[in-house]
Write a protein that binds this ligand. Structure first.
Ligand code: IPM
Ligand code: MG
Length: 354
């Protein structure tokens, strides 16, 4: 079994080192191959998702990603920005189903900016469609056009979904809910956007295949509000690429500790790319203080979803909980009375707990 490892930029390499150590200690006979994605790839080859990486990623059974991006590439032409590498690999590998859990660990209850009674015990799964929507829709661009009798710059993007794209992501959400509380909330903006009227229609049709699951619908603006007002009303939320981008950041912050949250992006056959939900944190890169737990927990997700090894996944998750219970904290989740540790020490502690 082959895993393509993409450390990426910023804190990516540091947190990936710890995640790989965790994977290796499990002794599961994986073949690991490292490649470049993001800004580091732009620097080395001029492209954020170079051919060599495409080949390795395609051949691998799973991809582990650190993080991409940094201010030094922000003014590059769009084609040479790290984010393009991320969007490129998602599209190339057909990773349409993005699972973003937002779980509040009891030990980290104070990390949230919300009142403990609002978030205690929070466990939401956001299922975000990842290869369609306005992110990839054509036509798109910035052009100078004659609009209202005036030559001016005109920016445009196109939101679109086919019913099959909607149906397959809804099915992922329904299936996931069967391993949880059998409640799916589909989020759209059907009061304004036709594309999401279709989303709602297809959600209702798909629900007929899952009579044991309760489907509800919510407009995205209300969903954003309900997430901070009463987040525990949700179990699985399913939505399109753009709304999912925004709502998943919001949901992650309910837990107060984005440094703890893993994610999975899956294709039709459960091949997946696994990455922490946080970014490359250039401000703390290279300092050995980043939290490696989201990446370590991404390894657990990989073992569960791609390699169907629930036992090994559970072992990692239990080890992480033990380390938190012992009071070890990286800077992002530190509070008085706990013990502040760096990236390597946190990795060591997880290895010891394993
Ligand atoms: C995410 C990120 C990406 C996205 C960016 C970096 C392209 O925000 O994974 O949520 O918008 O999908
Ligand atoms: Mg995002």
């Amino acid at each position: 079994m082959k895993i393509c490892v993409l450390p990426g930029d910023g804190i990516g390499p540091e947190i990936m080192t710890e995640a790989v150590r965790v994977l290796q200690v499990l002794d599961l006979k994986f073949e690991l191959e490292e490649a470049l994605l993001g800004g580091c790839a732009v620097d080395a080859t001029g492209e954020p998702y170079p051919e060599a990486t495409r080949k390795l990623a395609q051949e691998a059974d799973a991809v582990l990603l650190g993080a991409v991006g940094g201010p030094q590439w922000d003014s590059n032409p769009r084609e040479q920005r790290p984010e393009r590498g991320l969007l490129g690999i998602r599209k190339h590998l057909g990773l349409f189903a993005n699972l973003r859990p937002a779980i509040l660990y009891p030990e980290l209850a104070n990390a949230s900016t919300l009142k403990p009674e609002v978030v205690a015990g929070l466990d939401i799964l956001i299922v975000r469609e990842l290869t369609g929507d306005i992110y990839f829709g054509q036509p798109r661009g910035i052009e100078t056009r004659d609009v209202d009798g005036k030559m001016q710059r005109f920016g445009f993007n196109t939101m679109h979904y086919t019913e099959s794209e909607i149906r397959r992501i809804l099915r992922v959400a329904f299936e996931a809910s069967r391993k949880r509380n059998r409640k799916v909330c589909s989020v759209d903006k059907m009061n304004v956007l036709e594309c999401t009227q279709l989303w709602r229609d297809v959600a209702i049709e798909t629900a007929l295949e899952y009579p044991d699951v309760e489907l509800s619908h919510m407009l995205v603006d209300n969903a954003a509000m309900q997430l901070v007002k009463d987040p525990k009303q949700f179990d699985v939320m399913v939505t399109g690429n753009m709304f999912g981008d925004i709502l998943s950041d919001e949901a992650s912050m309910l837990t107060g500790s984005i440094g703890m949250l893993p994610s999975a992006s899956l294709d039709e056959n459960n091949k997946g790319l696994y990455e922490p939900s946080h970014g490359s944190a250039p401000d703390i890169a290279g300092k050995g203080v980043a939290n490696p737990l989201a990446t370590i927990l991404s390894v657990a997700m990989m073992l569960r979803y791609t390699f169907a090894n629930e036992v090994a996944a559970g072992r990692i998750e239990t080890a992480v909980k033990k380390v938190l219970a012992k009071g070890l904290r990286t800077g992002d989740i530190y509070e008085t009375g706990t013990q502040k540790v760096g990236t390597r020490e946190m990795g060591d502690a997880v290895l010891a707990a394993l």
